[in-house]
Design a protein around this ligand. Sequence first.
Ligand code: BT5
Length: 264
Amino acid sequence: MSLLDRRAISERLDTESFGRTMYVFSEVGSTNEAANELASNGAPHGTVVIADSQTRGRGRMGRKWLSPPGCNLYISVILRPALPARDAPFITFVASIALHEAATGAGVKASIKWPNDLLAGVKKAAGVLTEMEVEGEKAKYMVVGIGVNLNMTDKMLAAELGEVASEATSFLVASGREVDREAFAASLINQLEKRYTEFMSAGKGPIIQQWTKRCGLIGRQVEVCEGDSVTRGVAEGINGAGHLLLRKTGGEVEEIGTGDVAIV
Ligand code: BT5
């Protein structure tokens, strides 16, 4: 089973701060958990935590991110942006754009699904989880975590992901090509710094534009589930709060703050 080679990642970085401090583990509970701990102990902006496998990989709202060894990428980056806490969704969008670019570079036709998924075809190949420590109304630090299924075969997806397998895919299954994990990790880190820097200097407008271009939901009839509530409408985009805009049959536009989206 191949572990990740830290040097093979480092030598491909063209960043200023992202990945300049980098931890590569064979196994952790969760890279987000490790990064949060490092951040609370003062780790610098741009610190990267990568693991070959996770035993407690997490998704949103207490869900699990299944994280077998030897095939995928689990990565978290510590950010210390001067940002209001309410703008955290935009860090997820920045990461999704970076992920989409890195996927395209790896020969995978991908699309973004609000709020935090990357699809290859119609199935989920990656997810983003942004967490933060808040101080007053500002983020003291943020941790953006990304899990990407890279080299899982159909057989591995079925064996490792159980009931989730039918909704999940990997870059290998989607493109037929094996991905060099270290090269992909470096390309993702490079993209993350580039997109993050653009966001911090140019603001939300360009991010909304770039995200919308890569989103596979726009113009489609979708259903958003949040607890017991289901909202249907045509996805039109996102607004400055990071909410999904749905045009309902009556013509009015509803803003959705959280939920899981399905194309219907
Ligand atoms: C996410 O949550 O999609 C965010 C996943 C973030 C994972 C990364 S890995 C590095 C870092 N460290 C962590 O501990 N986490 C981050 P959500 O939208 O809530 O989706 C979670 C759902 O995706 C689960 O409930 C499953 O249905 C599905 N799922 C779980 N593991 C999967 C996998 N490996 N591939 C595809 N789908 C999966």
